[in-house]
Each structure stands twice: as structure tokens, then as C-alpha cells.
Write a new protein. Structure first.
Length: 393
């Protein structure tokens, strides 16, 4: 660095007016972002949310030309990379912010001195960044020594801030990752209950046709509890939106679609005269309310971007799905709504119209195709079928 430039940067009066406000701003952004991300249960940080959302958009765009298998493997790494990006953002903002506070005074021997074994040359801006980093990490080599009480206490404050940041980062990770496995376990249970289907036909056959309404009510109660807790977890930890398993049937959006199918089948497609206790089961009504509540909470997040869909195409798809479910239930001996009962069919279509846009938005935001979510997965695809024993040599 030229002597004139070094002298200018080491002039406290001039550099302080430039560096100190920016340093305080960066520290404030880091502190606010950590607080909103880790400690606040109903708010998203506007800074890290835009950062992670932008990263996901770029990653998805880069992966789009790849094959579906390779794309799935790369996007499955998205959330871990976004966590690393968020933690790095906190550290960089904090270290750089404190470095800007130290920079105006680092070259003044009344404020800083070189430690034992150093050349004694004048300290520069790079040393301010270095001193900030070792203070944040509480390493303290002693090669740069603060002399003035103000910068001494500032270094102590940065060390405390570094310990706080690291502690809250660990707390964040320990709180976030259990929900990843819990969401995938919920989806696996639903796939088993629904027989790999996205509708409730298999559940109607297993519980309704066999007269196990009490057992069904218990399962619906448990399902509503798990759904609400998973929805609340998304509000507390928005990065859960980007948990993207390689297989679509293991994703949380698949769980939402299966719950939607269960409610639609049991509530609107069964014959209410034959199964009044099922159609009007309080636990089924609560599950319907829980699904709507969860979808609306997810929609409030900046990570869920609801896009417009073709209403006519969606109505035709939903109608075809309803006819298939009715036919499957009727073939199995379950009493279903008749095609000459337009009010029941219209109610079912209204429920789908109220829930489909949110599920479609979730699927598209994590780059799943709609057909991957609403398709049927057999036991082999879900890896729940008995494997054939290897042939003897």
C-alpha cells in the first residue's frame, strides 16, 4: 500500500466518519438477523431470508438442465449449503463490522501496539481485520495488543458476541435438524397408511369398511397434531421449506397432498347416509381445519411463492381424480357419493380449489413436478416391499 494511502486510512478523524457507522450497521444487521432467525418464533429475517431464497433460485436454475436423478441429488444438498451460508453471513458481518470499528485506530500507537516478537512496523487495515477475527473467535494470540481502554473493552465485547453467535448457531442446528427427520417420518407413515396413494381410498377400505371408526379417529387426531407442529416448525425455522429429499414421496409436500386426499375422500366422497359417523367425525373436521390453517401459515412465509394456475385445467384434473377415487372405492365395496349429488361433488371440488394452489406452490418452489407429488408409489418404489433373497451360488 502506498505511504500516502496508508497515512490517510490511519487518520482516525477521517476514517472514523466512514468506517464506524458502517461497522455499527453490520453488527446491528448480524445481531438482528440472529435474533429473528434463532430466537423469534413468528418472524423471518428479511436479510438472510432473501439471501437463502436467492441462493436456492440460482441453485435450482443451474440444476434444471441436468437429469432428474442428478438434479435431485444436488438439490438435496441445498438446505445444508444454505445453513452454512447463513452461519457464514453472521460471522462475516460481525467480524467485518468490528474490524471497521478498530480500523481508524489500528495504526495509532496510543491505541494499538504490536505484541512480543513482532517487527514493530505500523499496523494497518488488514491487521484490524485480523485482530477482529481472533477476538471474535476468542483465540487471542497477543501479536496485536489493544492499549486504550475503549478498544480493550470493544475487543472483550466482540469476544462475548462471538461466543453468543457460536452458541446460538449450535442451538439453531440442534433445533432444526430433528424436524427434518420428523417430517420425513410423518411422510413415510402417511405413505404406509394410504398404501402409496395420494387419496384416502386405502384408508377408507382399512378403517371404514371394516368398522374401525374409533381407531380411525385416533389416527386422525395424531395426524392433526403432527401436521400442526410441522407447520409451526416452518414458521420458526424457514429453512425447513428447502428440505428436498431426492424422492418426492419422502417430502413434506407429499404429506400435505396425502392429508388433503384423506380429508377429501372421507369428508366429501363417502356416502354420508351410510357413514354419517365418519363424514361428521369431529377429528376429521379438526384435521380439515388443521390442514387449512397450516397451508395459510405456510403461505405467509416469504419462501412460499404462490403462482397462478390455469383454473380450467386444474378443475379437469381434480374431477378426473375424484372419479378415479369414487370408482376405486365402489369396486372395493365402500358406499360413495353418487354422481347425481352435485352438491357433494361441488363441495369436494371447492375443498380442492382452496388447498391445491398452496400445495402446488410448495412443490414448485422446491422444484418438484406436480405429477411427482400426486402420483401413486407402489411398495417397491417406497422401498417397503420384501426383497427377494439372493440366489445361491
Amino acid at each position: 500500500m502506498p505511504t500516502e494511502t496508508a497515512g490517510l486510512l490511519n487518520t482516525p478523524g477521517l476514517l472514523a466518519w466512514i468506517a464506524i457507522p458502517f461497522g455499527l450497521l453490520l453488527i446491528g444487521v448480524s445481531l438482528a438477523d440472529i435474533g429473528l432467525t434463532v430466537l423469534h418464533v413468528q418472524a423471518e429475517s428479511p436479510v438472510s431470508s432473501k439471501l437463502t431464497r436467492g441462493f436456492w433460485t440460482v441453485l435450482a436454475a443451474v440444476c434444471r438442465p441436468m437429469g432428474r436423478r442428478v438434479q435431485g441429488r444436488v438439490l438435496a444438498l441445498g438446505m445444508p449449503l444454505m445453513i452454512a451460508l447463513t452461519l457464514a453471513f453472521w460471522v462475516v458481518c460481525s467480524v467485518l463490522g468490528f474490524a471497521l470499528l478498530f480500523a481508524p485506530f489500528i495504526g495509532d500507537p496510543r491505541w494499538f501496539a504490536s505484541g512480543p516478537g513482532q517487527s514493530g512496523a505500523s499496523l494497518g487495515v488488514a491487521d484490524a481485520l485480523y485482530f477482529s477475527a481472533v477476538s471474535f473467535l476468542t483465540i487471542g494470540f497477543g501479536d496485536v495488543v489493544p492499549l486504550h481502554p475503549l478498544v480493550r473493552w470493544l475487543a472483550v465485547s466482540e469476544g462475548a458476541f462471538g461466543l453468543l453467535t457460536i452458541s446460538l448457531s449450535v442451538t439453531y442446528l440442534l433445533s432444526l435438524y430433528p424436524w427434518v427427520t420428523r417430517k420425513m417420518a410423518l411422510t413415510a407413515v402417511l405413505n404406509q397408511e394410504a398404501g402409496g396413494r395420494v387419496d384416502g381410498a386405502a384408508i377408507a377400505q382399512r378403517y371404514v369398511l371394516t368398522g374401525r371408526q374409533a381407531m380411525l379417529a385416533d389416527r386422525l387426531r395424531w395426524l392433526n397434531d403432527e401436521l400442526l407442529m410441522a407447520g409451526q416448525a416452518h414458521s420458526s425455522y424457514p429453512l425447513l421449506f428447502f428440505v428436498r429429499p431426492q424422492q418426492a414421496h419422502e417430502s413434506f409436500v407429499r404429506a400435505l397432498a396425502v392429508i388433503q386426499g384423506i380429508v377429501c375422500t372421507l369428508r366429501y366422497l363417502l356416502d354420508d347416509k351410510t357413514y354419517p359417523d365418519v363424514v361428521n367425525d369431529p377429528q376429521l373436521l379438526v384435521l380439515e381445519e388443521g390442514l387449512l390453517y397450516t397451508l395459510h401459515r405456510l403461505d405467509r412465509s416469504s419462501h412460499l411463492v404462490t403462482k397462478g394456475t390455469d383454473p380450467d385445467a386444474e378443475a379437469a384434473r381434480v374431477e378426473a381424480e375424484q372419479r378415479n377415487v369414487i370408482a376405486a372405492l365402489s369396486d372395493a365395496g365402500v358406499a360413495v357419493v353418487r354422481l347425481d349429488q352435485p352438491e357433494r361433488l361441488e363441495a369436494a371440488a371447492g375443498f380442492r380449489a382452496a388447498t391445491d394452489p398452496y400445495i402446488l406452490a410448495y412443490a414448485r418452489n422446491v422444484d418438484y413436478r406436480p405429477e411427482d407429488i400426486w402420483t401413486t408409489y407402489d411398495r417397491w418404489e417406497r422401498d417397503s416391499a420384501l426383497k427377494q433373497a439372493p440366489k445361491a451360488a
